[in-house]
Ligand binder design. Structure first.
Ligand code: HEC
Length: 117
């Protein structure tokens, strides 16, 4: 839990630093989390159309839309059903995303929850 919070914090600091120091160069602000083979295999088994790219997109959607309000939640602490309820409603009500975008975020979270040690 502490590790995840620390990591998220470091990431935010890193992103903020990049933004302010790289005015002259074109840097994409999109972050690319490393999706492991195990994570991809899990996701493909659960959702037929899941890919590494769609998991990455879920992560990026979180960072750009949900990250305004809070860090990436400790997904290990929340039950799958609870996430399946909270995430779509957060996506719709708080972040004003589409159902499909909310689904991508949920998939990324469930993959992190169930695969990542
Ligand atoms: C406008 C601000 C806002 C946005 C945008 C937002 N959230 Fe939240 N979120 C909250 C608040 C407030 C809470 C409840 C307080 C808390 O637990 O920190 C919360 C709680 C949560 C929780 C439960 C966390 C916990 O520890 O109980 C999850 C999961 C969550 N949000 C996911 C998301 C996702 C996914 C998105 C993007 C689709 C998102 N949120 C966008 C404000 C926001």
């Amino acid at each position: 839990m502490k590790k995840i919070i620390f990591f998220s914090f470091t990431l935010v600091v890193f992103l903020v630093c990049c933004k302010t120091t790289s005015k002259t160069t074109t840097v994409t602000t999109e972050t690319k989390p490393v999706i492991t083979e195990a994570e991809e295999t899990y996701a493909k088994g659960k959702w037929a159309d899941a890919t590494k790219e769609s998991l990455t997109e879920g992560y990026n959607l979180f960072i750009t839309n949900c990250g305004k309000c809070h860090a990436f939640p400790n997904v290990k602490m929340h039950g799958e059903q609870k996430l399946g309820f909270i995430v779509p409603s957060m996506a719709k009500v708080q972040a004003k995303l589409t159902e499909a975008q909310g689904e991508l975020i949920l998939r990324y979270m469930l993959t992190k929850k169930n695969v990542t040690p």
